[in-house]
Design a protein around this ligand. Structure first.
Ligand SMILES: [Mg+2]
Length: 371
């Protein structure tokens, strides 16, 4: 049976691994990077006209109470000596692309929320040699370092077993923050946070909760259902689940056609390498054929395996250049497969697949190579 690789859906919450990355004062930091005279000084990026609004304030300006979405006139009053800069969106977009390319080195499943913020699904993309927790923390550290080494900019990273906790984690200690929320420590982390930090609790619901004395996430978690029902209506259960740290939403990679893949489920367990490598080769050929037809190159090659215990594993590698030939795709897939065999002791296999992602048009690469 041949079908497209489906996203890996873990069944145990505790085993998921998600990162949320958020660049620190993105626009203002780029201005400081490009103009060293602004380093260490308050920089306020935004509309400079009479009705202008602050897009981003550097941390030096935030000390004076300036924050994004504030009217520029107010920002000027709070921090007269700041440098006021008009946004250069083309430049920010350029750096954003660089950063997203780095994200794709860590996982093919990247969900961008804005130019400088993304969720990374790490489930199935960690090396699997040490504990999930230590590998997730290591990935977070590696990501921060990669961003700094490649762009000179800093980011904050949250790591947890779901999106909610990863996102709250990245915001916990900014700038240059790195917060890992362990599965068994989620209440310790969540309980003291202001209740307004939960997704969906906004201007309308927040005052109602506050009037009822519910100021923190912990107080919401411990509130009686009847009270919550009265304050939050039908959605009360949803909010109480969030306050418990429960969030099953998947990381949604940008577009469905962002990858090309093929896989086979066998009717019995296979415990010899040769037939598996033959299957990989057949799939590499099919993936290559489809990529060539669509004039696409993939920079990330992923193999997917499911063992006799129905545990699904993905391994991927991102290359400096896109590929779409059978030989190239097969060579990468074979190497990934053999590395996995070496590290796992090669349990019997039920399913094997290969895919490419991080796709780009073949002619884009030609232009890149010429530059
Ligand atoms: Mg940001």
């Amino acid at each position: 049976m041949v079908k497209d690789i489906e996203p890996f859906e873990p069944d145990q919450d505790s085993l998921r691994a998600v990162m949320h990355v958020d660049m620190d004062a993105f626009y203002a930091s780029i201005e400081q990077l490009d103009n060293p005279r602004l380093k260490g000084r308050p920089v306020i990026v935004g509309g400079l006209g009479p009705r202008g609004v602050v897009s981003t304030a550097s941390y030096e300006a935030r000390r004076f109470g300036v924050h994004s979405a504030m009217p520029m006139a107010r920002a000027r009053a709070l921090c007269r000596h700041a440098s006021f800069v008009r946004p250069r969106m083309a430049r920010y977009k350029e750096i954003s692309q660089e950063i997203f390319e780095l994200f794709h080195r860590f996982t093919p499943q990247v969900e961008g929320l804005s130019m400088d913020e993304a969720f990374l699904e790490m489930t199935g993309y960690l090396p699997g040699k040490h504990s999930r927790d230590s590998e997730l923390r290591e990935a977070g550290r590696g990501l921060q370092q990669a961003i700094y080494a490649n762009t000179g900019l800093t980011a904050s990273v949250g790591m947890a077993h779901n999106k909610l906790l990863a996102k709250l984690g990245s915001d916990y200690r900014k700038p240059r923050g790195r917060t890992f929320v362990a599965y068994d420590k989620q209440h310790l982390f969540l309980d003291p946070l202001p209740v307004g930090r939960l997704w969906g609790i906004g201007r309308q619901t927040l005052p109602r909760l506050q009037q009822a004395g519910i100021l923190t996430i912990g107080q919401l978690r411990k509130s009686k259902p009847e009270l919550l029902q009265r304050l939050l209506g039908q959605r009360w259960r949803h909010y109480q689940r969030l306050s418990e740290g429960i969030d099953n939403r998947q990381v949604k990679a940008e577009r469905a056609d962002k990858s090309i893949s093929r896989e086979t489920t066998f009717s019995r367990d296979i415990n010899e390498q040769e037939p598996l490598l033959e299957t990989l080769h057949v799939h590499a050929a099919e993936v290559a054929r489809r990529a060539v037809t669509k004039s696409l190159l993939g920079r990330t090659v992923t193999i997917k395996l499911r063992d006799h215990n129905f545990v699904t594993i993905s391994r991927s590698r991102t290359l400096p250049h896109g590929i779409n030939s059978i030989d190239d795709i097969y060579a990468q897939a074979k190497q990934l497969f053999q590395d996995w065999c070496d590290s796992s002791g090669f349990p019997a296999i039920r399913l094997i697949g290969v895919g490419i992602s991080n796709l780009q048009a073949a002619d884009e690469q030609v232009i890149e190579d010429l530059l």
